[in-house]
Write a protein that binds this ligand. Structure first.
Ligand code: MLT
Length: 263
């Protein structure tokens, strides 16, 4: 067990909406949600371990020097400790893409801490054998050449075609700021994540599935299938937005989130 403290930004008061970023990003992807939803929630945008304002385990004194990496369960347990520290449960938990994989792990391991679930630009299925191989090659590339080596293949697929210069610059800054060891550990954690499909039918908290219609990384049919399989789930589709819908079209994403959180 590790005792890392996670860094986060927060805005607002009241029940906590905890937002978990995707790969290879950080808490700053949620700036528009911190600003736009803080009148209805205490919005907490966290950095998963090893990036942004959260320490790299290899540098944390509690960790052994040969820290081998982490899993989605490790991230979920980090978040559970953060929730305990904030004295905040039950929480609304929103995860985008890899953040959604972490949300599934949180759901399995800490269901009592959840009030609702928001699955954004994510999927329930595990990686295919081919995708696992791509993860391994990408992890090796990041370790050898740095996170910047992932930019050419990753950045164009994060958004719908023709993102604004501001959105592009924001995503690039996050990618370049992610330490290579962190990117590699996330890639291997994604490779090893379990299939969550069989969990969907037993989700008993209110759930919103939100997806950009132009998502090139996780096709829309994944969102439709999840929303159909989760009892009572709502599906929110954002036209013209890609994988990073809450960053690309924050007004549309925030409107859906607001409706869901204040029914
Ligand atoms: C993410 O956006 O978190 C990742 O691209 C998800 C993935 O590669 O499966």
């Amino acid at each position: 067990m590790t005792l890392l403290e996670l860094g986060f930004d927060e805005a607002g008061e009241g029940p906590v909406l905890l937002l978990v970023h995707g790969f290879p990003l950080d808490r700053t992807m949620w700036s528009a949600q911190l600003e736009g939803l803080s009148d209805i929630r205490r919005v907490v945008a966290v950095d998963l371990r090893g990036r942004g304002s959260s320490p790299d385990p290899a540098e944390a004194p509690e960790e052994p020097p040969d820290e081998p990496g982490w899993t989605m369960d490790t991230h979920a347990d980090d978040l559970a400790r953060l929730v305990d520290t904030l004295g905040a449960e039950p929480i609304d938990l929103g995860g985008l893409s890899m953040g959604g994989y972490v949300a599934f792990a949180f759901l399995r391991r800490h269901p009592g801490k959840l009030r609702s679930l928001i699955l954004m630009s994510t999927r329930a299925a595990a990686d295919t054998p081919e995708t696992k191989q791509v993860r391994e090659r990408s992890a090796a590339l990041a370790r050898e050449k740095g996170t910047a080596a992932l930019a050419e293949t990753t950045l164009p697929r994060l958004t719908a075609p023709g993102p604004t210069a501001t959105v592009r610059a924001k995503l690039e800054a996050m990618l370049l700021a992610t330490p290579a060891a962190t990117a590699a550990a996330d890639l291997l954690a994604m490779r090893d994540r379990p299939d969550s499909t069989s969990d969907l039918a037993s989700i008993s908290v209110p759930t919103l599935v939100l997806h950009g219609e132009e998502d090139a990384l996780i096709p829309l049919n994944n969102a439709r299938a999840m929303a159909e399989a989760i009892p009572g789930a709502s599906l929110a589709l954002i036209p013209g937005a890609g994988h990073m819908a809450p960053v690309e079209d924050p007004a549309a994403a925030n409107a859906y989130l607001r409706d869901f959180l204040t029914p």
